[in-house]
Write a protein that binds this ligand. Sequence first.
Ligand SMILES: NC(=O)c1ccc[n+]([C@@H]2O[C@H](COP(=O)([O-])OP(=O)(O)OC[C@H]3O[C@@H](n4cnc5c(N)ncnc54)[C@H](OP(=O)(O)O)[C@@H]3O)[C@@H](O)[C@H]2O)c1
Length: 340
Amino acid sequence: MKKYNVAVVGVGAVGVEMLRVLKGRKFPVNNLRVFARSSRDIDVDGQKYPVEAIAPEGFEGVDIALFAGTEGEKGASATYALEAVKRGAVVIDNGADFRMDPKVPLVVPEVNAADIRKHKGIISNPNCSTIQMVVALNPIHKKVGIKRVIVTTLQASSGAGKGAVEQLKEETALIARGGFDNIHVSSANKSMPQQLAYNVFPHIGSFVDGGYTNEEWKLVKETHKIMHAPKIKISATTVRVPVRTGHSESIYIETEKYIGVEKVKEVLFNAPGIVLEDDLKNNIYPMPYDCEGKDETFIGRIRCDAFVKNGLWLWVVADNLRKGAATNAVQIAECLIKKS
Ligand SMILES: NC(=O)c1ccc[n+]([C@@H]2O[C@H](COP(=O)([O-])OP(=O)(O)OC[C@H]3O[C@@H](n4cnc5c(N)ncnc54)[C@H](OP(=O)(O)O)[C@@H]3O)[C@@H](O)[C@H]2O)c1
């Protein structure tokens, strides 16, 4: 079997998970290089990885570069992706910088793997909250058409990087020790202005058009692009919750044709990458805690709207660092090497 020279850029929440996923899925790696801002050794599950300081020349000889580096508001790919492509690598990027570029495929393999063929050096991985939503919506859309989506996300702290997880941990420990007043997190762990522990806030990303955040617009625009369905009317509210890892989404959809709960369950049960957990008698439904470390998208609480004939509700949960980022990126790489 052919093996590939692989680079991972970034060793934060997503980068570390990429190292786990490459190993766990036995991706055929010849030489692995790991880049971040500074060099050092890191330990992931007992395995040592040397991290090199990123430089354009580092991509010499690399076949596939998986980017998960942040660079202020942008990703490390804004500076280094084209350098890697110039040197012959295919870049799979987790950041938002190239996602809406019409020349760059935006891919969730369960939905639009065929788009990978159109790449010109860069393939984008969608936003974590978009990935799990399109995995759930696409099989229903293909069966009966979807015309309307209203989604509220409940997003974990790790969705904002490893710094946010540290903030949540320190705040929780401070509250446990001293109560709810005067929570002063050390500046090293203060990754966002809001308190994460014992709190929720409807603000992910920055406020842009129409009172929405850019995270909310990502759910709209990325879904249109991935599903090739620009006419679906989508509204989103994105909410940060004090969960470590695992995003949940409460999704309301209206379909073109009537489908009904049992048929939706059958369609989702037979769709790739989905685990149905919907057994109300036994209180079984997906929860982020149970989905941590798993690669599938979990769906439950499927029910008809009481007032709208073609209205349906779904509860959709996935690990934002796995299916929402690292697993999806490695799946793209697997499709890429299969196609080549
Ligand atoms: N977290 C999620 O659930 C999620 C999901 C989907 C997509 N994403 C995207 O994935 C990317 C990484 O997110 P994250 O959550 O892993 O962030 P993170 O935990 O904050 O880690 C960021 C990593 O990027 C590295 N980095 C920063 N600037 C760099 C540069 N110029 N060159 C090379 N490396 C650089 C940092 O290096 P040092 O260690 O040396 O500081 C660090 O290792 C972001 O674009 C994010 O939007 C995240």
